[in-house]
Design a protein around this ligand. Structure first.
Ligand SMILES: Nc1ncnc2c1ncn2[C@@H]1O[C@H](COP(=O)(O)OP(=O)(O)O)[C@@H](O)[C@H]1O
Ligand SMILES: [Mg+2]
Length: 250
């Protein structure tokens, strides 16, 4: 059995990200953003298209670096990482994208193994991948190709792939954006269950406030700024009280 895990806390302090556009002008995609996500918490970043949600996930995931400010994930100062160090950090967190990004010529089990191929013994890796496919409801489909699956099933595989490295932080960028509403609910339910079972910290970008209600907390992103939520924000959650404290660090 694997060790009990606990999610990684995430802290952003005065984070600013500017993009220089083709005409030389600057676009500020994150403006002096500060917020915290506690270990084992799920937070939805909500806001319209272009508000800066993906930028924040890219910064937390060290896909991009901020111009100023500090980002810490557990004991790692992510905002200082560059090159190889950033790549090593990225391999410790899970990413889920709107477009799934499965490799079409690989079977499902090989897609799940892909991030760690060459880094772990193949037998161990495949055993872990089979267990993950089981946990996302795809036991028995391990040797199918992605093209044989529905969109919702492909996203389940992508979620299993995101978990193969046993991350303590899962970042999901519009994970239900390509799915019909019933399938989107299924996927959010799956993410919610896995997050609780694995004590993951989870940050989800979504423009869908209905899906955001699955998370413990919502932060509204607008024009690169994160609005501090009203104090009664938690009451908007549709999820039953899950007593994180009983699972994480108890
Ligand atoms: N690599 C980039 N170069 C230039 N501008 C970018 C880049 N990435 C994002 N932007 C701009 O930053 C703003 C925020 O984008 P994004 O974070 O993708 O928003 P969201 O995910 O909320 O739709 C948008 O105006 C977008 O056009
Ligand atoms: Mg986006």
């Amino acid at each position: 059995m694997s060790e009990p895990r606990s999610g990684a806390p995430v802290v952003l302090e005065s984070v600013t990200k500017r993009y220089v556009l083709g005409d030389g002008s600057a676009l500020v995609a994150a403006r002096d953003v500060s917020f915290e996500v506690t270990a084992g918490e799920s937070v939805a970043l909500t806001g319209t298209s272009g508000s800066g949600k993906s930028t924040l996930l890219h910064l937390i995931g060290a896909v991009d670096a901020p111009n100023s400010g500090t980002i810490r994930v557990a004991d790692v100062t992510v905002s200082d990482l560059r090159g190889r160090a950033a790549a090593d950090y990225r391999s410790t967190i899970g990413f889920v994208f709107q477009q799934y990004f499965l490799l079409p010529s690989l079977t499902l089990v090989d897609n799940v193994c892909a991030p760690l191929m060459g880094r772990q013994r193949v037998r161990d890796l495949r055993g872990k991948a089979m267990a993950l496919l089981d946990s996302v409801g795809l036991a028995g489909r391990a040797h199918a190709l992605p093209s044989e699956l529905s969109g919702g099933q492909q996203q389940r595989v992508a979620i299993a792939r995101a978990l193969i490295g046993e991350p303590s932080l899962l970042l999901a960028d519009e994970p239900t954006g390509n799915l019909d509403s019933a399938t989107a609910e299924d996927i959010m339910g799956l993410l919610d269950r896995l997050q609780l079972d694995l004590s993951l910290t989870m940050v989800i970008a979504t423009h869908d406030v209905h899906l955001a209600a699955w998370c413990d907390r919502r932060l509204s992103v607008s024009d690169g700024r994160v609005r501090k939520p009203p104090t009664d924000e938690r009451s908007q959650s549709r999820r039953p009280a899950r007593a994180h404290s009983g699972v994480v660090g108890a």
